[in-house]
Every structure is written in C-alpha cells, then in structure tokens.
Design a protein around this ligand. Sequence first.
Ligand SMILES: Cc1cc2nc3c(=O)[nH]c(=O)nc-3n(C[C@H](O)[C@H](O)[C@H](O)COP(=O)(O)O)c2cc1C
Length: 348
Amino acid sequence: MLYDLAKPFIFTLEAERAHGLTIAGLKAVPMGPAPKSDPILRSTVAGLDFVNPIGMAPGFDKNGEVPDALIRMGFGYAEVGTLTPLPQAGNPKPRIFRLVKDRAVINRLGFNNGGQDDAMPRLERIKRRMGHGMLGINIGANKDSKDRIADYVIGAKNMSPLADYLTVNISSPNTPGLRALQDKAALQQLLAAVMEARGAHHIPVFLKVAPDLQPSDIDDIVEVAMDQKIDALIVSNTTISRPDLLSANREESGGLSGAPLKNLALERLRDFRKASGGTIALIGVGGIETADDAFERICAGASLIQLYTAMIYRGPTMARKMACGLAEILKREGFTSVSEAVGSSTDK
Ligand SMILES: Cc1cc2nc3c(=O)[nH]c(=O)nc-3n(C[C@H](O)[C@H](O)[C@H](O)COP(=O)(O)O)c2cc1C
C-alpha cells in the first residue's frame, strides 16, 4: 500500500540511483525481527535448513550490505553478489533499464562490485545477525582476469568460511566470454577447482546457469554437475533473448529479467528436471511474481525459489506475502511440506 504510493516517485529516479537509495535505506532503518514463517514452508536443501524457500536473488545486494535486512523482510535466505576477487566499476552508465509495461528490467551492469576483500569483514559481522536466515554468496570472475578459473578459486577460498552456500555464477550475459565456462570441458575443470578450493569448509556449492541453452548443453551441464557432486543448479540467470516486449527500453542490450522471463525460465527448469531425473536439487528463478508462480516452480522441480525484479514492481512486503500465500496453497492442495510438492507436476 505504502509502496504503491511511493512507486511513482521512485520510478521518476534513474533506476540505479533508486536502487542505491533502497540499499542505503535498508542499512539505515532499524527493522523488527524476521517474521515467523509457517512451519509447512520449512525446507532442507543440501543439508541446510531454510525457514521458507523464498530467496532474494543475487544482483540486489551485490556487495553484501543488507542480507540481514532481507531476512527481516521475510526472505528465507539471501544470496549476495556477484562478488569478484578485485573491485570493478562495471559497464558505463546508464546500465539498468525499467520496462514498466512488461514488469521487467534489462541490465548490463557487468559485475560492478567493491571486491571480496571489502565484503569479507562486513559479511562476517552481518552473518552473526542473520539468525535462521541462510546466506548464499555468489562468486564471479573479474572482466580483465587472465585466468578466470583462478578467480573462482580465490572466491571459493575467501567465501567458504563465511557463507552457508556458494554459488558459481557463469551465466551473466554482461561479462564477455563468461558463459563459455558452461561448455563441458571448461565446466569440468572449473567445478573441480572450486570444490577443491573450499578446503576444510565443505559448504554446499550451487551452479547458476543461463536460460539460453540448447538441449545438449543441458545434458552436459547435468552430467558434469553430478560428476562433481554439485549440490544444486540455479535455473536461471537473465536472458539475452527478447520475447515480445512492449516498453520503450526494449532495444537496450543486456540481460532481461522479470515477467517476460517467466515462461523461458520455467521451461528450462523442466528441462533440467527431466535431464537430471530429480537427482540434483534445483532452484527456480526468473519472472516469479506471485505465490502461484512460486508453487508452479516448486511443482516443476524447484526445491527453493528466488526473485528480484518482482520486488521492484511490488515492493518490500512481497516476500512476506508470498510466503503466506505459498503456505495457503500448499495446504489447499493437500501437501504437508514443500518437499512433498517438489516435482509433483513432472513425470520422473
Ligand atoms: C539489476 C540486476 C542485477 C543482477 N545482477 C546479478 C548478479 O550480479 N549475479 C547473478 O548471478 N545474477 C544477477 N542478476 C540476475 C538475478 O539474480 C536473477 O537470476 C534474474 O534477474 C531473474 O530473476 P527475476 O526475474 O526474479 O529478476 C541480476 C538481475 C538484475 C535485474
């Protein structure tokens, strides 16, 4: 309600400035305790206990400044990043575009972030305040890195002692050549190196993939992920494709997120479920706006879900509302837990 009143003003601000003010506001405003989630939403994935399966997707909190505030807003977990070993400025501005009529965003940020050395002491402090909320840290490679795999190894070494899980992000469309790491041989080498780099901290490792993949790519990724004992696949990042869009900014280059990504991300999730036969946990992301969307993604095979763009259009209470709505739907449909519903609409 309040957000609906404030939205016209917020949307007059340039998108990246509005985002900066949101992060500053979350840091400044003291928030109450995290809302209690309905016990039906409790989920154990990769050995981690989530109070609810709704997570904030990476990109919102690139530098790991407010994961505790996100938990207090009702998210069951927050994935921060993408954090690269060295700080980097990213692409020239403007580089985030709202597509209001489409309830979508195009971004070509290019991993702008303050670097891992800056984030580590802060995350160590904030983690202690996160209570039951899970912290995921999403790692990437610097644009000018001579050895990108070495960057992921640095990220895994740095972040394993701090995070509940690590995400290897090789699917951003805004770092040239990054998605080539999804190719079979490169992926095998990358994941083996990351798994080893965790050292004694055997925290779960998730792999985030693009939605713009061919069936043979999907089979290869599943094979390598299973071979390397990756704990979950996150499906998906933004798309470089352009479904029919209505808004003025549709010509901008970059990754598209929000409502127009929904069908593609859902289709890819089903593809990954089919290719893996349910043997690897999946996390559904892309165009999730409502509790019904979350439920649909769970029934298609997702053990957890994430969202970002919908919060831009629906405001800060949406995680809380989605959690309540999802609990109601699960009960109405006769499920006693999230895990019971996972994959229930697919033929295994
Ligand atoms: C402005 C913006 C920045 C993003 N930055 C990252 C990022 O740094 N790392 C990453 O893995 N995904 C990033 N994403 C992708 C999201 O995490 C998510 O996969 C995608 O937006 C689809 O979900 P949505 O439709 O709910 O937004 C970003 C998305 C947006 C809109």
